[in-house]
Design a protein. Structure first.
Length: 335
């Protein structure tokens, strides 16, 4: 769904892909124009479907492997299928490709339109950053715009070989299928890039030092900021999840109490089930009878509570230790 803070990314040098530069007004206060690196797989996808659309499923899979994955093997192995960490990834891939091709049969033009609108939407959202966060600058952030085969809509983080260069991945076909509000989604994902850079979150901090309050803060803050940029958005729209449409804010007390049980736990690689129970859609809800992904919902209101007494321009720089104290305090108040 939203960017899951997958902090291990493949080196862009290994992609072997062309980079499209678009000139945007920098979010820096100097108002100079800087070039954004947009790595867009739109033409690869169009070439694939031109050959595959009238073929049977087996031939489509072969063409997908030939036109898409053989050109970007590390990208699809690590970001889409996660073959090293996902058990049964081959079955998962087979299932997702079947789902993907079925959607392309009915809606491929919609997918292409979404690819084509990416730059314009990105530019629109970035112009808002210059007002709320003067000095923000995404010109060093490579953004990969790809068909994710219905596995994610937004994902980002850092690569171990490039600790100072955040990378953002946007799964356009899944965004199209979900009918995501792209203004909300892109502002959410851009904030992750901006925030992680200011906060200096890396793999070591996230997996070895950060407690469960850290992802709550990161996801809640991104959701909150997307609301500031899209003022008419309801909470279910900001979360892009209809399951929250009729949720009563009164549940904040019980959700806060439940999260406090996990707040001091570390987000370790061997205990990701705790993180997933709060932030992944495909996990059972952490509280029976309520939607999954309660971490996003709770995080939004935690940040909203903290922002009442603090300047968001300062909040983005808080380290994980300060964040833990502030989040726990807010949870205590919300309960």
């Amino acid at each position: 769904m939203y960017m899951k803070l997958n902090l291990v990314f493949d080196s862009l040098k290994k992609f072997g892909i062309s980079i499209v530069f678009i000139s945007l007004v920098s979010c820096a206060s100097t108002n100079k124009r800087k070039e954004m690196k947009i790595i867009n797989l739109r033409n690869d996808l169009v070439s694939f479907w031109k050959e595959a659309k009238n073929k049977d499923h087996e031939k489509r899979v072969n063409l997908w492997n030939e036109v898409i994955e053989q050109k970007y093997p590390y990208l699809y192995s690590n970001q889409v299928w996660r073959s090293e960490s996902r058990k049964g990834w081959k079955d998962f891939k087979a299932k997702k490709l079947k789902e993907t091709f079925s959607y392309y049969d009915s809606s491929f033009e919609k997918v292409v339109d979404m690819f084509d609108s990416f730059n314009e939407t990105l530019s629109r959202q970035m112009s808002k950053y210059s007002k709320l966060f003067p000095g923000s600058d995404f010109s060093n952030t490579p953004i990969v715009v790809l068909p994710s085969a219905m596995t994610f809509n937004g994902r980002g983080g850092s690569h171990k070989d490039y600790p100072d260069v955040p990378v953002l991945y946007m799964g356009i076909d899944f965004i199209s299928q979900r009918n995501d509000n792209i203004d909300i989604l892109y502002s959410h994902e851009l904030f992750h890039i901006y925030h992680v850079d200011r906060m200096k979150v890396n793999e070591e901090v996230f997996l070895k030092k950060g407690k469960m309050t850290l992802p709550l803060w990161l996801e809640g803050f991104a959701t909150w900021v997307s609301g500031e940029f899209n003022e008419d958005g309801r909470i279910d729209e900001l979360l892009m999840d209809d399951n929250f449409e009729s949720i009563d804010k009164k549940i904040l007390r019980s959700v806060s109490l439940r999260f406090l049980q996990d707040a001091d736990k570390l987000v370790t690689a061997d205990k990701m089930n705790i993180y997933q129970s709060w932030f992944n859609m495909d996990q059972p809800p952490v509280i029976n009878g309520l939607p999954s992904r309660l971490g996003y919902f709770l995080g939004y209101f935690v940040v909203d509570e903290i922002a009442k007494k603090n300047d968001i321009k300062d909040m983005v720089f808080w380290d994980h230790e300060r964040v833990h104290k502030e989040v726990v305090s807010a949870l205590q108040h919300l309960k």
